[in-house]
Design a protein around this ligand. Structure first.
Ligand code: EPU
Length: 442
């Protein structure tokens, strides 16, 4: 099993381009099920989650080729050539929860869908009740059978409705993607109240509109979708990954480095860059840049780190997907920081691992108090989920001595060649195959 071995204490300096967004690409790829025409996608990152989505779409009748465009850039060519399959099997769904994204598009275009119910998850409970309620509001008949969600549109077509998509923790990103995608082909108008405002929803809506959909309000809590008869093909570039960008900002900050990030979605990172500014990390845009989602910026840290209070929230609040990376950073701030997780209250698997590296952290329910220490020390630690692992990489970059992060397949789900990218700007990090040991239990 692959591990990362990091020799900490190297300053990061240089230039990196932010890759396309995983969380935008996944629902966008699923939306290909809505059309019979070919779709071209650019800037899709090369990640294991994307490869899982390719496998899933392949089983659902989509022909997929990875090609190179005339500028030498990789592009995905996707074409749903067989509209008859409707079963997303457990064997694939269990490898990736985002498989649930195929439910809405398949139901809307094929009139039926059978999608295995995603199981448990390391970051806590992740129900899909809101996805199902939203689709039921559009007229779908939904039952559970043998661990599968079985959904059917009476008469083969969904119908528009006004619906509320909020849950106890606020809006749902993939739930909004599912319902919004499904509503594009429904008969009549759909209004989604308490829709997720994440930039990935805006990206999906932009793509769907370019395919002929009629969506208004994406990026706000109320989305209106006027249903159309059919959708056409499209050539779409996925937005840059705000979480990869935020992670690299933390890497620059913790090593007192100097990183220039190209293709950086600054417009989608306000909560993170505001916090960085408050704790003493400068994120300076370079040049004017026409597109606020594709800027160049320079990340530096002129002095010591100040503590902060962070509460994760739906966008535009502080993203839960950057909580672990910021916690690693705040372990070295001068004073007490308070980090509260409001999206996934159990998303703290990195806490015990950071403690192994000398961090002073106290957790009470969904809040962690981090008391800054002068330094971290390298240690063998275990990656447990994607972003927790990224937090451990950040900590390892600053720790004295060697940090070995086991089970980096979690990182490979969401960061393309992270070790090569960090090494290219000065980190001492290498991938190593380490035999799996039995895990302690009980
Ligand atoms: N929720 C419900 N019922 C539902 C759906 C969600 O109660 O039917 C709750 C969740 O339990 C959670 C909250 O609503 O408390 C928000 O969850 P959401 O549905 O927004 O999460 P998601 O759409 O399943 C996406 C990202 C996650 C990211 C969250 C929150 C993708 C593929 N995943 O998940 O990304 O943490 O939004 O921003 O887009 C990651 O990339 O590491 C990752 C986990």
């Amino acid at each position: 099993m692959d591990a990362f071995v990091i020799e900490g204490g190297r300053r990061l300096e240089g230039r990196l381009r932010i890759n396309g967004s995983k969380n935008s690409a996944l629902p966008i790829m699923a939306a290909v099920l809505l059309t019979d025409e070919p779709v071209t996608l650019r800037d899709v990152p090369d990640l294991s989650d994307i490869r899982n989505m390719v496998r899933l779409l392949g089983e659902l009748g989509v022909m997929i080729a990875r090609e190179t465009d005339n500028r030498g850039q990789p592009v995905f060519a996707l074409h749903a050539i067989d509209q008859s399959p409707s079963h997303a099997r457990y064997e694939i769904v269990r490898t990736m929860r985002a498989s649930i994204c195929v439910l809405g598009p398949m139901l809307a275009r094929r009139g039926k869908a059978r999608v295995s119910l995603p199981g448990g998850c390391a970051i806590g409970q992740r129900p899909v009740d809101l996805h199902l309620r939203g689709l039921e509001a559009l007229g779908a008949r939904i039952t559970l059978d043998g661990g599968d969600i079985v959904a059917e549109a009476p008469g083969g077509r969904l119908r528009g409705a006004t619906l509320f998509l909020g849950g106890a923790n606020g809006s749902t990103v993939l739930g909004t993607a599912n319902v919004m995608s499904a509503a594009t082909l429904a008969r009549g108008t759909t209004v989604i109240e308490c829709a997720a405002c994440e930039p990935e929803i805006v990206d999906l809506a932009n793509m769907l509109n370019a395919m002929g959909a009629r969506i208004e309000g994406a990026g706000s809590p109320r989305i209106t979708v006027r249903g159309v008869e059919s959708l056409g093909g499209v050539d779409h570039a996925v937005i840059p990954d705000r979480i990869e960008a935020g992670t690299l900002m933390c890497a620059a900050a913790i090593t007192e480095g100097d990183l220039t990030l190209d293709n950086c979605p600054l417009d989608a990172l306000m909560a993170a860059t505001d916090t960085l500014g408050a704790i003493g990390v400068a994120v300076d845009p370079i040049g004017s840049g026409d597109d606020p989602m594709r800027r160049t910026c320079r990340v530096t840290r002129p002095g010591g780190l100040r503590p902060a209070q962070i509460t994760t929230q739906p966008h535009p609040g502080f993203p839960t997907d950057l909580q672990a990376q910021f916690m690693a950073l705040l372990c070295l701030a001068q004073g007490n920081s308070v980090i509260t997780e409001k999206i996934f209250p159990d998303r703290f698997l990195h806490v015990a691992e950071l403690q192994r590296m000398g961090a002073s952290l106290i957790r009470q329910n969904a809040t962690v108090v981090a008391t800054g220490v002068p330094g971290l020390t390298g240690a063998p630690v275990m990656a447990s989920d994607l972003r927790a692992s990224a937090g451990l990489v950040i900590a390892g970059l600053a720790a004295r001595g060697e940090t070995t992060i086991n089970r980096v397949y979690h990182i490979d789900r969401g960061y393309e060649k992270l070790e090569d990218r960090l090494a290219s700007v000065g980190a001492s990090i290498r991938r190593q195959d380490i035999p799996a040991e039995p895990v302690a239990a009980g």
